[in-house]
Ligand binder design. Structure first.
Ligand code: SAM
Length: 234
């Protein structure tokens, strides 16, 4: 059954508030997190950076504590870090006082044709289906013509998503397929079908150049990596 639009909008606003509260209350911006850059993420970030002009500008959207700032800076590009969580931005600033950071939500990124590359790593799972096209549009607008986007999409086995999604529907919450709440933290996540992600990127004028799944981690999740080039003006 399709949820009532007003009830759904109110529920999504509450989910967004919850996720932001969780991200702003984190005490876990700790050492393990810094060390935990996964090899395939690093390899993708490096390949993304290689595509950009030397001296080019990168937007790290949902940068968290800025654990990719070093890679960007060492490659000879500049970086602006953006996140909705003050605590993450403060951690990023602590580690890299020289990097400019700004607080924005992904759906409200204000940039216009300023960047050669936009990266959004391990954050799109917090974006609900209604906002995905808007966020992708914000990435497009932030890029200069011919700019590059590196995006990860979290993957969880479909049967687990269905089971968690059923719990929401059983509580008569106005959720749609792919939406879950992870307990005990209460994080809202949305897992879009990858073909839908490809379509959203295509609709915004991105041509997908690399499209790679995994690897899967023993805890039962993986990331899908997408590297795309903007084929229309930013
Ligand atoms: C798992 S962390 C990843 C951080 C960083 N990209 C990395 O890979 O290390 C997810 C980040 O997304 C941010 N985030 C989640 N939803 C957001 C939104 N709607 N707008 C801006 N930032 C958001 C969180 O505050 C958090 O810093």
């Amino acid at each position: 059954m399709t949820p009532d639009p007003q009830t759904r909008a109110a529920w999504l606003a509450e989910m967004s508030r919850q996720d932001e509260l969780e991200d702003s209350a984190l005490t876990g911006v700790n050492a393990w997190y810094w060390e935990a850059v996964q090899p395939e993420h690093q390899a993708f970030v490096e390949r993304f950076l290689e595509r950009l002009p030397h001296g080019g500008a990168v937007l790290d959207a949902a940068c968290g504590p800025g654990r990719y700032f070093d890679l960007v800076l060492v490659s000879g590009r500049s970086v602006l870090g953006v996140d909705h969580s003050e605590i993450y931005l403060a951690a990023a600033k602590d580690r890299h006082p020289e990097v400019k950071t700004e607080r924005h939500k992904l759906a409200a990124l204000p940039y216009r044709a300023q960047f050669d590359g936009v990266m959004c790593v391990d954050a799109m799972e917090m974006v609900p289906p209604e906002e995905w096209p808007l966020v992708v549009e914000r990435f497009r607008q932030a890029l200069r013509p011919g700019g590059w986007l590196y995006l990860t999409v979290e993957l969880v086995p479909p049967e687990e998503i269905s089971e968690l999604n059923k719990r929401l529907l059983d509580q008569a919450l106005p959720a749609v397929a792919g939406e879950v709440i992870w307990e005990p933290e209460g994080y809202y996540h949305y897992y879009p079908p990858l073909d839908q992600v490809r379509a959203w990127l295509g609709d915004a004028g991105f041509e997908i150049i690399e499209d790679v799944e995994g690897p899967w981690h023993e805890q039962g999740y993986a990331y899908h990596h997408l590297l795309a080039r903007l084929t229309v003006p930013g």
